[in-house]
Design a protein around this ligand. Structure first.
Ligand code: ZN
Length: 181
């Protein structure tokens, strides 16, 4: 049986809260319960839970997102806090989970996620969080290229772009061979 890890991507205030700086809004808030239940389930089964959270510096001239999106998840701001019940679950289990910052869409880009998963013999990643068609998508593509099996619970991902969300779910299934729950 393959070992799996739950990867919680960018479920932060700026991406989820109604007044977040780059928010998915209501669709983002609607997946809070699914993500929280999965965290509880993985912890109970002693499986790996990883939080990967975007981090940026104000007006960073060297970052491509500076020209693409409003400032979000700026270091030292509450926009980087996890959101709602997911934040509570993180606080409850923070000694048992892995949490790191990422500076690009993919949780694998410029981080030690791959080596950390391989050290734990993990061959399957379960991806939740936001946005389905941006950071979840890029993480899924990297996971695919690195040889991981991928599962995406469709009630555990969301985007501010409904068309992009639907397209990404199709792409996960038909192009990356992901299991959609
Ligand atoms: Zn970003």
């Amino acid at each position: 049986m393959s070992k799996k890890a739950l990867i919680v991507i960018d479920y932060t205030y700026d991406f989820v809260a109604t007044d977040g700086n780059l928010t998915c809004g209501v669709p983002g808030q609607a997946i809070e319960g699914t993500i929280t239940s999965l965290i509880e389930q993985f912890i109970k089964q002693q499986e790996v839970v990883v939080f990967a959270n975007d981090i940026h510096f104000e007006q960073d001239p060297f970052h491509p997102e500076t020209k693409l999106f409003p400032p979000h998840n700026i270091i030292g701001t509450p926009g980087r806090d996890l959101y709602g019940a997911v934040k509570d679950a993180y606080e409850k289990y923070k000694d048992q989970v892995i949490s790191f910052d990422k500076t690009r869409y993919s949780a694998f880009a410029g981080t030690n996620l791959d080596i950390l998963l391989r050290a734990r013999n993990i061959s399957e990643v379960v991806l939740v969080g936001v946005c389905t068609d941006i950071c979840v998508l890029h993480t899924a593509v990297d996971a695919y290229n690195l040889g991981y099996m991928i599962t995406v619970p469709k009630d555990g991902v969301a985007s501010f772009n409904a068309v992009g969300h639907d397209w990404a779910l199709q792409h996960f299934q038909h192009t990356l061979g992901a299991t959609i729950l």
